[in-house]
Design a protein around this ligand. Structure first.
Ligand SMILES: O=C(O)CNC(=O)[C@H](CS)NC(=O)CCC(=O)C(=O)O
Length: 293
């Protein structure tokens, strides 16, 4: 039985505080016999402004956060999937990066977020991620793990099924498991988070693991939470709490709902195989073109 854990935290601008939260989740994951821990987007920090986001970015070789998690992974013989920031364009911007740290503590894979979140929601958040973040150049092909082939995406990528379909239909390593580490806003989280995640799992017939930031990061930002693991049939097999749609006001800075927590589920490649056998999805690429060129 191969277990995965989805972790939910509330990152602030303090990297050491955030590392502490993640270390706690590593301990919980290890005590439950988990093989990989999936952590949210921007686990290293969430800042109050674009300039602050840029000023806090550290090269992974000098990041106490990343080095700390590499050490944890190696000590615990655990894979860690974690969202961080890296400096880009000579310090003028950052990369929104997702790392796969293997059980030896090495950074084995790295994906840079393709789609950036630029929104102006009436009565809700105004966020311009592209002011401070450089968009990624390419899709990372899925890579083999103990969970089968893993395809990495981040947060807002969830709204673009072309990328999940491309990972699912990769000619050499078609994905069995897709990730969406996130920091969803409250209004969009309430309206879209669960249906989008379930749709991605159902249409690709893969496991979906979505680790989410939760609670109040600073005076301006609150994240929805509701981290989950979904199986290839679309069943939510592990789930954590989300913030109420009009909630968050009572939360203090750095406060999530119940402190750092994990939820655990078995990843069974037999279920992937069965769902794909029972309901074959043969796309009509001959009609509408292949996605993976
Ligand atoms: O700011 C950071 O440091 C980390 N990055 C984020 O939190 C990003 C960009 S602001 N958030 C999202 O993409 C939310 C997407 C979303 O909420 C939706 O698609 O509805």
């Amino acid at each position: 039985m191969v277990l995965a854990a989805v972790g939910q935290i509330c990152s602030t601008a303090s990297m050491s505080h955030n590392l502490q939260q993640c270390r706690l989740l590593v301990q919980k994951a290890v005590s439950m016999g988990v093989k990989a821990l999936f952590l949210p987007e921007a686990s290293d920090y969430i800042a109050s402004s674009g300039p602050e986001t840029i000023s806090l970015a550290k090269d992974v070789k000098e990041s106490e956060f990343v080095l700390g998690l590499q050490e944890e992974a190696q000590k615990a013989n655990l894979c860690i999937n974690v969202g961080v920031h890296e400096p880009a364009q000579g310090g003028q911007k950052v990369k929104n990066t997702l790392l796969w740290i293997d059980e030896k503590g090495e950074i084995a894979q790295r994906y840079q977020k393709l789609h950036l979140f630029d929104v102006e929601i009436e009565g809700g958040p105004v966020l311009k991620e592209s002011n401070s973040v450089e968009p990624g150049p390419s899709i990372l092909p899925p890579f083999p793990t103990v969970f089968g082939n893993v395809g990495l995406m981040i947060c807002f990528d969830l709204r673009f099924p072309t990328i999940s379909t491309a990972l699912r239909t990769h000619p050499h390593h078609p994905a069995h498991l897709l990730t969406y580490p996130s920091a969803f806003t409250l209004p969009t989280g309430h309206a879209h988070w669960t249906p989008l995640l379930r749709a991605r799992a159902i249409e690709t017939q893969t496991y979906v693991i979505a680790a989410a930031q939760v609670g109040r990061h600073n005076e301006k930002r609150v994240s929805y939470g509701k981290s989950m693991i979904i199986d290839p049939w679309g069943r939510v097999v592990a789930e954590l709490d989300g913030v109420d749609v009009d909630g968050g006001k009572e939360l203090r800075e750095g406060e999530g709902l119940r402190g750092p927590e994990i939820a655990v589920a078995e990843i069974d490649l037999g279920v992937v195989e069965r769902v794909r056998r029972e309901v074959p999805l043969r796309a009509r690429g001959d009609v509408y073109g292949e996605v993976w060129g």
